[in-house]
Design a protein around this ligand. Sequence first.
Ligand SMILES: [Zn+2]
Length: 85
Amino acid sequence: MNEVVWTLTKGLLPYFAIMILIILVIGILVKLKIKVKEKTNQAIASIKTNGGICPKCGGKLVMREGKYGTFIGCSNFPKCRYTQK
Ligand SMILES: [Zn+2]
């Protein structure tokens, strides 16, 4: 009986190894994707706001989270309500 179990286990081992490998690769890919997304978001934010000066009050333009998503607004909000699309 033990021999049968061992033979079965041995036969399945390569499949287990492949499954574990696939899971590891997926995990790494997901992590990389998240990192790339974060970097892209940061890059977009820095490009959009880099040297951005509010034409209304001369304050700095910053990325803001609003009701309808991310937008560029004045850092002097709520004194200045300038926004850029
Ligand atoms: Zn402003």
